[in-house]
Design a protein around this ligand. Structure first.
Ligand code: HEM
Ligand code: HEM
Length: 178
C-alpha cells in the first residue's frame, strides 16, 4: 500500500475524539469508585459503561480506516530504534484501546448484568461465572486502563518532544490542516 501524504480528517477526528473519551472514562471511573453508594454512583457507572461502549465502536471504526488507508511516512531523520519505538507504542496503544473496553464489558456482563447502552439497547455479553469471574476480569480491566494512561503520557510526551525540541512536523500532522 502506498503511504498517504497526510492523516485524513476522519483519522484526525477519530484520534482526538477517542483521546477525549478515554480521558473522560478515566475521570468518571475514579469518581464512580470513590463517590460512595447512592444514585450519583449508579449514574456514573451507567455513563462509564455506555460511553466506554461508544469508545469501543469508534476504536473499531478507526482501525478499519487505518487498515484501509494506512498512515503517512514518519518524519525524516529518525533513528531506526526511534521508528521501532514509535511503531511498537502505537501498536500497544491500539491493542489497549480495544482490550480495555472489551474487558470492562465482559467483566460487567459476568458480575452485574444487564449492560444497557444508555438504558435503552441491551448489550450483555454471554459471560458466565458470576461475581468471582466478573471481578477478576474487572481487576484486569482496571490494571490495563492504568497501563493505557501511562502509555498515553509517554506518547503525548514524545509528541511534545517532536514539536518543541526537534521542531519537526509530527504533531502538526495530527492537527487540523491550516
Ligand atoms: C476506553 C474505555 C474505558 C476506560 C479507559 C476505562 C477505565 C476504567 C478505569 C481506570 C477503572 C478503574 C477505576 C478505579 O479502580 O478507581 C475502571 C473501572 C470500571 N470499568 Fe471501565 N473503562 C472503560 C470502559 C468500560 C466499559 C465499556 C465498561 C462496561 C461496559 C466498564 C466497566 C467498568 C466497571 C464496572 C469498573 C469498576 C470496577 C470496580 O468496581 O472495581 N469500563 N474503568
Ligand atoms: C488517549 C489518548 C491517546 C491515544 C489512545 C492515542 C493513540 C494514538 C495512536 C494509536 C496513534 C497512531 C496513529 C496511526 O498511525 O494510525 C497516534 C498518533 C499520534 N498521536 Fe496520539 N493518542 C492519544 C493522545 C495523544 C495526545 C494527547 C497527543 C499530543 C499531545 C497525541 C499526538 C499524536 C501524534 C502527533 C500522532 C502522529 C504520530 C505519527 O504519525 O508519527 N496523541 N495516537
Amino acid at each position: 500500500m502506498t503511504a498517504p501524504a497526510t492523516y485524513s480528517t476522519t483519522q484526525k477526528l477519530l484520534h482526538w475524539v477517542i483521546a477525549l473519551l478515554i480521558a473522560e472514562q478515566v475521570i468518571v471511573a475514579l469518581a464512580m469508585t470513590n463517590v460512595g453508594k447512592g444514585p450519583l454512583q449508579d449514574q456514573l457507572y451507567e455513563w462509564h459503561k455506555s460511553l466506554g461502549l461508544m469508545a469501543l465502536a469508534l476504536v473499531l471504526a478507526r482501525i478499519l480506516v487505518r487498515l484501509s488507508r494506512g498512515a503517512p511516512k514518519r518524519e525524516a531523520g529518525l533513528l531506526a530504534w526511534q521508528r521501532k519505538a514509535a511503531d511498537a507504542s502505537h501498536a500497544a496503544l491500539y491493542g489497549l484501546i480495544v482490550l480495555v473496553p472489551i474487558l470492562g464489558w465482559a467483566g460487567t456482563s459476568a458480575c452485574c448484568a444487564p449492560v444497557n447502552l444508555f438504558g435503552a439497547l441491551p448489550l450483555t455479553l454471554p459471560v458466565s461465572g458470576g461475581m468471582p469471574v466478573g471481578s477478576a476480569i474487572l481487576n484486569v480491566h482496571s490494571v490495563a486502563a492504568f497501563a493505557l494512561v501511562a502509555l498515553v503520557c509517554l506518547h503525548a510526551g514524545a509528541a511534545l518532544h517532536h514539536h518543541v525540541i526537534r521542531r519537526d512536523g509530527t504533531l502538526r500532522r495530527m492537527l487540523a490542516a491550516r
